[in-house]
Write a protein that binds this ligand. Structure first.
Ligand code: ADP
Length: 280
């Protein structure tokens, strides 16, 4: 039933959402739908390749989300009055997506820096994106702060939205995205796969707890962040527990590449280059 308020809205602009779901899922679907109206482009939907068509921002159809576009036709809206050029998903198909998983001290930061230099990737971590968002004064920032203060995990929908925005911002001047420390749990990976597409490669930095502990100990001597041994042990244990199902998930998808991260930075880098070269 249409409420009187909506009867004056052009039919092509009306959309229906199943609001009887998680708050972040509903919020995410609405963001996607708004995007589809702002950046309409039907070609991308028809040639999604590796990427899931349910995420097509420009298709006018979000297949598995329960949203219902009415009378879409050719009547497309661009509220900024811009000429739509390409779409996020279409441009994204030209880029590689690489996840880098590894415990604290396994060398992710060190290696990502080298990989960015060699391959021209854009590197970011979700922790960094969250910190950046928290320093802004947005509604979303307040939502994230409240969630963190309650000790809850940031909803996957919001994390994905931050990732998508960061990716969109450098889509035209990058060869790919190197996302470190993500996903932390299988649900995040599933959501990313559904909404953006599965990564081309998931690197797992294989490193013993002893090595990671020694490296972190050395790092903390030259940093103000002096973590105690107990804190380090807790972080390693938490990483270990959370990473097992994530590693198994990508192993089953044949996207996982384990790297022996015990060697010197140069030795580790050589292995990483071999793995990355294999996806080009
Ligand atoms: N292969 C390596 N051999 C020895 N030390 C390393 C190696 N990789 C990184 N480090 C050192 O270990 C510490 C942690 O590395 P970092 O790249 O910050 O790890 P992460 O980002 O995974 O927490 C840093 O002080 C770094 O210089």
């Amino acid at each position: 039933m249409d409420l009187p308020l909506f009867s004056n809205v052009r039919k092509a602009l009306r959309m229906r959402f199943d609001a009887d779901r998680d708050e972040d899922e509903v919020f995410y679907d609405i963001s996607m739908a708004v995007d589809s109206k702002l950046f309409p482009n039907k070609e991308a939907a028809a040639s999604s390749g590796d990427l899931d068509s349910s995420m097509m921002l420009d298709s006018g159809e979000i297949a598995d989300t329960g949203s219902d576009y009415e009378d879409q036709g050719d009547d497309q809206l661009n509220v900024f009055g811009e000429h739509p050029v390409g779409g996020f998903m279409e441009d994204l198909r030209k880029c590689k997506i690489i996840f880098m998983i590894g415990g604290p001290g396994s060398g992710k930061g060190t290696q990502c820096e080298k990989l960015v230099e060699k391959y021209g990737f854009t590197h970011f971590s979700t922790g960094e994106l969250l910190r950046r968002e928290l320093s802004s004064d947005s509604e979303r920032s307040r939502l994230i702060r409240d969630t963190m203060e309650r000790g809850d995990l940031v909803p996957p929908g919001i994390l994905l939205e931050l990732l998508r925005e960061a990716m969109a911002a450098s889509l035209h001047h990058t060869t790919g995205f190197l996302i470190d420390g993500y996903p932390r749990e299988v649900k995040q990976g599933e959501e990313f796969g559904r909404r953006i597409g599965d990564p081309h490669l998931v690197i797992c930095m294989d490193c013993s707890a002893d090595t990671m502990t020694n490296r972190l100990r050395q790092r903390s001597q030259s940093s103000p962040d002096r973590s105690s041994s107990a804190t380090v042990a807790k972080r390693l244990e938490a990483y270990h527990r959370a990473s097992i199902p994530v590693i198994a998930y990508y192993e089953a998808k044949a996207r996982l590449q384990k790297i022996n991260a015990e060697g010197t930075p140069e030795e580790v880098f050589l292995q990483l280059c071999t793995a990355i070269d294999s996806i080009f």
